[in-house]
Design a protein around this ligand. Structure first.
Ligand SMILES: *Cc1c(COP(=O)(O)O)cnc(C)c1O
Length: 384
């Protein structure tokens, strides 16, 4: 259809050139009406191949909540890694595509009875916990299962912190491990999460230091551990380059080698890094306006149907179908809610109403968060 996009050097640092090329080729032939999310298969395959490659004795479990699209899950399943889940809904999809029980773990420290019963009858036997109440639930629903305690670690430098809602300090964690054993569970290890989109490599250092303290203290109390679950947190480029997976993993591998027993089993639960930069939203400009002295641009994807993370501070890069001059814009979604503002003061070439805008690195925590608020449908996901 002859779209003319303004692509600059930054864009090719954020998304792979091959991903951008594929998206543009798709747009040439496609009659699909925006908004929709394109997912680059090759990129997902590349990322799955990277995570954990440099960490000895590691197993990777994709955090399904980042993007639970069934075709995405089928692709990841075909690559042989496992899955981390939290709900009946997530288990239902995995069950539908035939993922075996030994490849599924659940690291949400607070799980519902219904989910625990379902997970347990499916045969899942690895769970996290961080409270007495959870130990009792696990004892009732899944006696003898392998459990790991969620340790509180710093989330500074992570764009989407996850430390306030869950996790306990070393003292409490130690007691909980002892209690889990007493109640007939099999306390196997420790888990933590450095925060999602963690751009600070030292978070892993601090986390592993703390985990080591807890590991030794548990041992002194008669609880011998074997599993270190380092969670997710690997960052992806949104508006700037980030530390790469190999650098993080080489560092983590060295620290584990230095601090923990040689046979320690490492679990890794990446979400964002597996699918985030494989995704590109195709959206359409539906309106423009000047309000006070601000220029507003309205597109058909907003806070409620895909860009929820904007409100937590995630910023995206955009490729605009326009060859006009750049201008400062307030970018807003399609709904009638004044909360539905994606970004302010962003420089973009001026499009016309009807032109397309591509939103880079939008494969994680976008469609999975989306609602049909105000009657705007959830964008379809298409693998390319
Ligand atoms: C969300 C989540 C992850 C994935 O985190 P990312 O930052 O997307 O890699 C991993 N583990 C647990 C327990 C989670 O809740």
């Amino acid at each position: 259809m002859g779209h003319r996009f303004r692509i600059n050097k930054l864009h090719s640092e954020i998304a792979s050139e091959s991903t951008i090329r594929k998206v543009l080729r798709y747009l040439e032939d496609s009659e699909t009406e925006p908004p929709y999310l394109l997912m680059d298969r090759a990129k997902i395959i590349e990322k799955v191949g990277l995570v954990g490659k440099r960490i000895k004795n590691s197993r990777v479990f994709y955090a399904v909540k980042a993007n639970p699209d069934i075709e995405v899950l089928r692709l990841i399943d075909s690559l042989g890694i496992g899955f981390e889940i939290a709900s009946e809904g997530e288990l239902n999809i995995l069950s539908a595509i035939g993922v075996g029980k030994e490849r599924i773990i659940s690291s949400n420290p607070v799980k519902s009875f219904r989910f625990l019963e379902m997970a347990s009858s499916y045969g899942i036997s690895n769970f996290s916990f961080d409270s007495i109440e959870e130990i009792e639930k696990l004892r009732d629903c899944s006696p003898g299962s392998n459990v790991y305690v969620r340790l509180l670690v710093p989330n500074e430098g992570s764009d989407w912190p996850l430390s306030k809602k869950f996790a306990v300090e070393v003292d409490v964690a130690e007691d909980l491990l002892v209690m889990a054993k007493k109640k007939g569970l099999n306390p196997v290890g420790i888990t933590f999460h450095v925060g999602s989109q963690c751009r600070n490599i030292y978070n892993w250092n601090t986390a592993l230091d703390k985990a080591k303290t807890l590991w030794d203290r548990a041992e002194k109390r008669g609880v011998n551990l074997s599993v270190l679950n380092i969670g997710g947190g690997y960052p992806i480029p949104y508006t700037q380059d980030v530390v790469d997976i190999e650098t993080i993993d080489r560092n983590v591998n060295r620290l584990i080698y230095e601090k923990f027993p040689g046979n320690t089993q490492v679990f890794i639960e990446p979400g964002r890094a597996v699918v985030g930069d494989a995704g590109v939203f195709v959206s359409r400009v539906i309106g423009k306006a000047k309000r006070a002295d601000e220029d507003w641009l309205y597109i058909d994807v907003g806070i409620f149907n895909g860009l929820m993370e904007s409100i937590g501070g995630i910023k995206y890069s955009y490729i605009v179908e326009s060859s006009r001059q750049e201008k400062k814009w307030t970018l807003a979604g399609p709904s009638c809610d004044s909360f539905d503002v994606i970004d302010k003061d962003i420089l973009l070439p001026e499009p016309d109403v009807g032109n397309l805008i591509l939103i880079l690195s939008s494969g994680a925590y976008t469609v999975s968060y989306a609602s049909e608020f105000n009657g705007f449908s959830i964008p379809e996901t298409i693998l390319i």
